[in-house]
Design a protein around this ligand. Structure first.
Ligand code: NAD
Length: 294
């Protein structure tokens, strides 16, 4: 079915990226294209954000140099491929725009609309949203067939997976082109339909929910982490992983999923994750979550 159609769909060559938002994700996505030789315009609304995005890229490259994996030439060419800008007009020649601005549906809708008015008619537009419905974001565009989700994971340069989310109106050639662009970035694409949580968070959040219920039944979180990590063999346990994800993000995503698919993801009363969040224990990002980091 879809696979055959995808194989036949015309693929648009992507030579220039534009990344909107130079935050944790935007900075990483810009780096990942640039290191694979793609000219990348990185746009934000604030100069400090652009500076931070660029310094993240050079930090990753410096680490690579220290380990002998990157030479001076690679470092220079990668940094040269990233063009930071505050000017929306600078994205006008991009073939692939990846929107990675704040997780706010109104902001995203207006950024997407402005993007469509700026780029060429055949440019592809993607959103890196984790929780907002791709079909709802598509409504802000005149040509939703050229739009889909392109969901990277944090940290972008280390995580191989990219979820490509097919909206109801996304064309097969858009999907085929984004799959090709993902491969060119050295990442592993999977194509999924639009639903709350897409694939990874659909699997991950019920696991977090199971963990929360276990805590409500009296389990000790350090004991659970120890079992999942040291004995079951996962790289980290659920409490530590929640500290990495961030309690704000986790609480928000769980809410989106239990609102969107209540029959699959029930709301948990007195969820410890919500409690930590309301006590400003956000996880590693502010130095305290399940664990303390100072
Ligand atoms: P962030 O807060 O680090 O960065 C957001 C950036 O967007 C900021 O630099 C901000 O200045 C900029 N911005 C705001 N409005 C803008 C506009 N109109 N035009 C251009 N830039 C604008 O956020 P983040 O963690 O990088 O998340 C960005 C997106 O990626 C969100 O949609 C989020 O859901 C998604 N995401 C995040 C993660 C994660 O682990 N952090 C993982 C996958 C996906």
């Amino acid at each position: 079915g879809k696979g055959k159609k995808l194989a036949k769909a015309a693929t648009k060559a992507v030579n220039q990226h534009a990344v909107l938002g130079a935050g944790i994700m935007g900075g990483g996505i810009a780096y990942q294209g640039a290191v694979k030789g793609v000219h990348t315009v990185m746009k934000d609304i604030a100069q400090p954000a652009l500076d931070l995005g660029l310094s993240e890229a050079s930090k990753i490259l410096s680490k690579g140099m220290a380990r002998g994996k990157v030479d001076a030439k690679k470092m220079a060419s990668t940094l040269n491929n990233i063009v930071p800008t505050l000017d929306m007009n600078a994205i006008k020649d991009a073939d692939l725009v990846i929107e990675a601005v704040v997780e706010n549906p109104k902001v995203k809708a207006s950024v997407l609309k402005e993007t469509e008015q700026t780029v060429a008619k055949d440019a592809i537009i993607c959103s890196n949203t984790s929780t907002i419905s791709i079909n709802s974001l598509a409504q802000s565009l005149e040509h939703p067939e050229r739009f889909c989700g392109m969901h990277f994971f944090n940290p972008v340069h280390k995580m191989p997976l990219v979820e490509i989310i097919r909206g109801e109106k996304t064309s097969e050639s858009t999907i085929a082109s984004v799959v090709a662009a993902t491969l060119k970035m050295g990442k592993a694409p999977i194509v999924v339909n639009d639903c709350p949580g897409f694939l990874v968070n659909r699997v991950l959040f019920p696991y977090f929910a199971g963990f929360s219920k276990l805590l409500l039944d009296g389990a000790d979180f350090t004991a659970v982490d120890k079992v999942m990590e040291k004995v079951f063999g996962w790289p980290m346990g659920p409490a530590y992983l929640l500290d990495v994800v961030g309690m704000d993000t986790a609480d928000h995503a769980a809410g989106v999923m239990s609102d969107g698919i209540p029959e699959r993801m029930q709301k948990i009363e007195n969820d410890p994750v919500t409690l930590l969040y309301s006590n400003q224990r956000l996880g590693q990002k502010n130095g305290k979550g399940f664990y303390n980091y100072w």
